[in-house]
Write a new protein. Structure first.
Length: 216
């Protein structure tokens, strides 16, 4: 147990979660982070970063059996300023596929596999967050319909993850941002202010929006 004085706490690293539909520039954003960056390329989208001298890329085996090994290696020694998982949406699907492949349901995941994946995914995210330096997660976006207590229906933009795991992972992060394209100048920005229709937050700087290069 450790007791700290709040006045002595320094935010020397951040945990960030950025989501958007495919093709909105999430991987490009990772390539522009300041300092050295390691990207765990789950959805095979890092070809847009070719020639970037500040980025190293890890591509996992389809079985994902090398992911725990990678985590253990980074926990022993992490020389990167940023470690990124691109993307959690595909990682969740790949984990379910791996369980289904090894299961008894003709390749399809069983009901119990979904709970196992949520537990393991949350554990992976906690371990990545505990590394030295910044941790950045990405995910695809989904639009989900909800009904308010008043009976009013509304649509919410949120990271594409199954069950309640999205709420847990957002809770672990300092910053949750949604990539949007401005209708005015067609530039891409990150929305950091949440509402009933958008999952987002910035508990460090309380920003409403930021440019890609201003995220960290």
């Amino acid at each position: 147990m450790q007791i700290l004085k709040a006045k002595d706490i320094k935010a020397d690293k951040q945990t960030l979660f950025v989501y958007a539909p495919p093709g909105f520039g999430k991987t490009t954003l990772l390539g522009g982070l300041p300092g050295s960056t390691l990207i765990v390329d789950v959805d095979q989208g890092t070809s847009v970063l070719q020639g970037n001298a500040n980025v190293d890329i890890v591509r996992l085996e389809p079985s994902l059996r090398d992911l725990p090994e990678l985590l253990s290696m980074l926990e022993k020694k992490n020389d990167y300023d940023n470690v990124c998982i691109d993307s959690l949406s595909e990682l969740e699907r790949a984990m379910l596929t791996a369980y289904g492949r090894d299961g008894k349901n003709d390749g399809a995941p069983e009901m119990g596999h979904y709970l196992k994946v949520q537990y393991k995914l949350a554990d992976y995210c906690r371990r990545f967050r505990a590394l030295s330096g910044n941790t950045v997660f990405t995910a695809w976006e989904e639009l989900r319909e909800f009904v308010a207590p008043s009976g009013e229906k509304y649509t919410q933009a949120r990271p594409l993850l199954g069950g309640k795991i999205v709420d847990l992972i957002c809770g672990l992060c300092d910053v949750v941002g949604r990539v949007v394209i401005s209708q005015k100048d067609r530039e891409r920005y990150i929305q950091l202010e949440g509402s009933s229709t958008v999952v987002a937050k910035d508990r460090l700087q309380k920003r409403r929006f930021c440019k890609f290069e201003e995220l960290v």
